[in-house]
Design a protein around this ligand. Structure first.
Ligand code: ATP
Ligand code: MG
Length: 702
């Protein structure tokens, strides 16, 4: 069993593995470490990763990319509508406003969800890892942008389960980077010393994330994070592509914006130019041959031109950097370093802004492309019992405050912020209610979020019943932001009174009573460990107003204590119905089944192509060796040789004509029949060589 870390990027993914010797980034079937987040469909199979990106321009409508931004969103989301303008593939509105991606696959129309498309990419990454590691891979840690909300996180988890991956943690990208940084630092301060504060800036293809983190020996604590989900390398590409489109319209009377394929080609060229501009400040040419209407187009640009054109974008970067600094409450002199990762952090203007805001040269201690995946692999190894690595405690933060709102079933509405912004996570809180019947509560984000709907979900606490006298009873709820950053109500307990006639619950029946800390009982041992860490952090934080009442003593907490009347309490677990984001189990099972079928089909198609290639290869190899003067020519009589060569020629012609597209078995049978003619000749040669060898040895030994 191996454990892996996946950096799921907008443009490309990286996979790292933790092994006894350290962390390694895995290369794919093209010997590349970056696997494009790109999935394509053909009449025969799915094309995943590098191969999909390579055929994008010729199969535009069926090549899907940019789906990280669609995941967990609804079709009518204004943000999705904006995205659709730039996507060459078809996206349709599905029931319940879900997003459907419409493609031609196996010569039929198919509609896939963004979760399914993401699962296909994960299938590829899983397969790449299993091939490289020669073992099954299930456990993984996957990175997510720190600004992802509940819906997006849940969608990503669903995608992973469709692909058969068991996610031990969804890890915020900059937190993964921070872990990859911290674990190798031998000189971190001791607990008594001031922390080492480091700012991490990840500027990728479609988003910018900035986080401040405090390190001590063996642990890290995120302090604050700020993101711009709408700024990344691709926004610069778009600005430049629009500029050149206008330029070409002027000079060549062609408009690439009117032709998706041309615009896609232009975007690819513009991206290359952008990368060159990071290393050169001189004027650089851009030439595209046979662009539109058979025209060859030429243009040029200097870095300063680009900087001017994108100044509105760079202003956004500056704002985000400043926001993180502000929220971290760190003084500039308290910041030890600013570490940069992500492809777009190579842009000189961005490095310059970092220097302006933080008064420091950005450092590049980490591998800019692989840090996120490596951090995830480390975290996965720590969470998995299968692998031993050095422990390093990670305390993340809740990006947005969360409030719970409960209904007026008992005459009084209420709401409460259960997790404040930057609250340590994962974390559980125990809430106490007094109810005499089932009740429900709704959870919302209580601040601006980069998602149109702040609603998280509804939780119904069932089977609550009054005391025999009809009074309210105490119900304790364990509300948690789990290791994935997802809100759950993980436990509801009715503290049932055993003594009849006890009146003490009559006062303020529906008021929320205490807000206590939970103890342990995580979903996994890993999580409860994290939870403890979270609690330690919490304990250090004197600003918290929560009462620390151990759960076991809850029968004697504030309210009960007022009556000074002992009552024995029986804890009864209550069922909880949760209506929140994510697929139902039925849908999920259906998608898992579909994915398995597609995997089987791809495998079958690959075996068919392999059989065809093997036949083709044999034809070429044998014919080469049989030609006059070559190694096999003297081991067969001339008539047989001519006849076999003719058969090989015929086979080649057949392969390119009616034999182009046959069942696997047809190729296998044909190869076997050719082998029955070719192999005896080969073995005669081998026998001859062995005899000669023996003779030679014999003569030498004489
Ligand atoms: P995200 O983090 O937004 O999900 P990602 O992780 O796939 O996306 P990265 O691989 O970090 O993104 O970065 C890709 C982006 O970096 C692309 O837009 C690419 O053009 C840009 N990029 C890569 N190298 C350079 C360079 N030398 N100069 C400028 N931009 C670059
Ligand atoms: Mg990234």
């Amino acid at each position: 069993m191996s454990v892996i870390g996946i950096d799921f990027g907008n443009e490309s993914c990286y996979v790292a593995v933790a092994r006894a010797g350290g962390i390694e980034t895995i290369a794919n079937d093209y010997s590349l470490r970056a696997t494009p987040s790109c999935i394509a469909f053909s009449g025969k199979n799915r094309i995943l990763g590098v191969a999909a990106k390579n055929q994008m321009v010729t199969n535009m409508k069926n090549t899907i990319f940019g789906f990280k931004r669609l995941l967990g969103r609804k079709y009518n989301d204004p943000y999705v509508q904006q995205e659709l303008k730039y996507l060459p593939y078809r996206v349709v509105q599905q029931p319940n406003n879900d997003i459907g991606i419409k493609v031609n696959y196996l010569d039929e129309e198919h509609i896939f969800t963004p979760e399914q498309i993401t699962a296909m990419l994960f299938t590829k990454l899983k397969d790449t890892s299993e091939t490289a590691l020669k073992t099954k891979v299930n456990d993984c840690v996957i990175s997510v942008p720190s600004y992802y909300t509940n819906a997006e996180r849940k969608a990503l988890l669903d995608a992973a389960s469709i692909a058969g991956l068991n996610v031990l943690r969804l890890m915020n990208e900059t937190t993964a980077t921070a872990l990859a940084y911290g674990i190798y630092k031998q000189d971190l301060p001791t607990p008594e010393e001031k922390p080492r504060n480091v700012v991490f800036v990840d500027c990728g293809h479609a988003s910018l994330q900035v986080s401040a983190c405090a390190f001590h020996k063996g642990k890290l604590k995120m302090l604050a994070s700020a993101s711009d989900p709408h700024f990344g390398g691709r926004d610069i590409d778009q600005t430049l592509a629009n500029h050149f489109s206008a330029d070409f319209q002027n000079r060549y009377r062609i408009d690439p914006r009117s032709n998706m394929r041309a615009f896609l080609r232009l975007s690819t060229e513009v991206e290359k130019l952008k990368k060159q501009m990071s290393a050169n400040s001189t004027k650089l040419p851009m030439n595209i041959e046979c662009f539109m209407e058979d025209l060859d187009v030429h243009a040029d640009m200097k870095r300063t031109d680009m900087e001017e054109m994108c100044s509105h974008l760079f202003q956004r970067v500056e704002k985000t950097l400043k926001r993180c600094l502000e929220e971290s409450k760190l003084k500039l002199e308290e910041i030890y370093a600013v570490e940069i990762v992500g492809g777009s952090s190579r842009i000189p203007a961005i490095k310059h802004l970092i220097e302006v805001v933080f008064g420091k040269h950005p450092s590049t201690t980490l591998n800019q492309d692989e840090a996120v995946a490596r951090g995830c692999a480390l975290q996965c190894a720590m969470l998995s019992p299968a692998i031993r690595v050095r422990e390093f405690n990670v305390t993340d933060i809740q990006s947005y405050p969360i409030k719970l709102v409960w209904d007026a079933s008992m005459g009084e509405d209420g709401e409460m912020e259960v997790f404040s912004q930057n609250h340590p996570v994962p974390f559980s809180k125990m809430l106490t209610f007094f109810r005499r019947e089932p009740f429900s509560m709704k959870a919302y984000y209580s601040t601006y979020i980069p998602y149109p709907d702040p609603y998280i979900g509804q939780f119904i606490i069932k089977d609550v019943k009054p005391t025999p006298e009809g009074d309210s009873q105490k119900v304790k709820l364990k509300v948690r932001v789990n290791i994935h950053g997802i809100l759950t109500v993980s436990q509801a307990t009715l503290m049932e009174k055993k003594e009849p006639g006890d009146q003490e619950m009559e006062e303020s029946p529906e008021a929320m009573e205490t807000d206590q800390k939970a103890t342990g009982n995580g979903e996994s041992s890993a999580e409860s460990q994290q939870q403890n860490e979270g609690q330690q952090q919490q304990n250090h934080n004197s600003a918290e107003d929560e009462q620390q009442v151990p759960e076991s003593q809850s029968g004697s907490d504030k309210k009960d204590g007022t009556k000074k009347k002992k009552s024995s309490v029986k804890a009864v677990e209550l069922p909880i119905e949760a209506y929140t984001h994510g697929f139902s189990q039925v849908d999920l099972n259906n998608y898992i089944e579909q994915e398995c079928k597609m995997i089987a089909n791809d495998k079958q198609e690959k075996e068919r192509i392999d059989a065809r290639n093997a036949l083709e290869e044999y034809v070429y190899e044998l014919r080469g060796k049989l030609s006059a003067e070559e190694e096999l020519a003297t081991f067969v009589n001339e008539n047989d040789r001519t006849s076999l060569c003719r058969q090989l020629d015929n086979m080649e012609n057949w392969l390119y004509e009616e034999g182009e597209d046959c069942q696997r078995q047809v190729y296998v049978d044909k190869l076997n029949s050719l082998k029955s003619l070719g192999e005896p000749i080969k073995s005669r040669r081998v026998e001859y060589e062995q005899r000669e060898g023996v003779l030679e040895e014999f003569s030498l030994s004489l």
